[in-house]
Design a protein around this ligand. Structure first.
Ligand SMILES: Nc1nc2c(c(=O)[nH]1)N=C([C@H](O)[C@H](O)COP(=O)(O)OP(=O)(O)OP(=O)(O)O)CN2
Ligand SMILES: [Zn+2]
Length: 127
């Protein structure tokens, strides 16, 4: 049986957005306290028994999230042509964090973006 470890760390940020074309209140300016779950996968442990230090995952994720924190998301270059929905934010974070953290031992597993306590999107990519 092949072993696999999935590590999860949780971060958050505050940001406003509007959803263009949305048939309801979300097309108006409003904000969320977004909760982000970053999940990393690996099968090998290092000499001190870790896939990767949680602090390392958090450091990379914070670097990306800093771009979005306390902003109007629609102004971000990535969201000028596409709506900053939870789906598009999840895909953006996944790719940005993957670029920073992936190596021969560690890969992105998924990103979960919580818009509020009730609704979230889980994003992942096939290998
Ligand atoms: N699939 C998606 N659906 C919706 C998204 C999204 O990103 N992806 N986003 C929104 C709005 O951003 C909206 O702000 C959601 O907040 P809210 O209306 O509070 O959401 P609830 O459904 O939990 O609110 P109720 O009070 O239960 O209606 C909308 N949809
Ligand atoms: Zn919203």
């Amino acid at each position: 049986m092949a072993q696999k470890f999935v590590l999860k760390t949780v971060l958050d940020f505050a940001a406003a957005h509007t959803l263009q074309g949305y048939p309801g209140d979300c097309s108006k300016l409003h904000g969320h306290n977004w909760k982000i779950e970053v999940q990393i996968v690996g099968s090998q442990l290092n000499e001190i028994g870790m896939v990767v230090d949680f602090k390392e995952i958090k450091r990379h994720a914070k670097e990306v999230i800093k771009e979005l924190d306390h902003t109007y998301l629609n102004d971000h270059p990535h969201f000028t042509q596409i709506n900053p929905t939870a789906e598009n934010i999840a895909a953006f974070l996944y790719r940005q964090i993957a670029e920073r953290i992936s190596d021969e031992r560690v890969a992105m597993h998924s990103i979960t973006v919580w818009e509020n306590d009730r609704n979230c999107v889980i994003y992942s990519e096939d290998e």
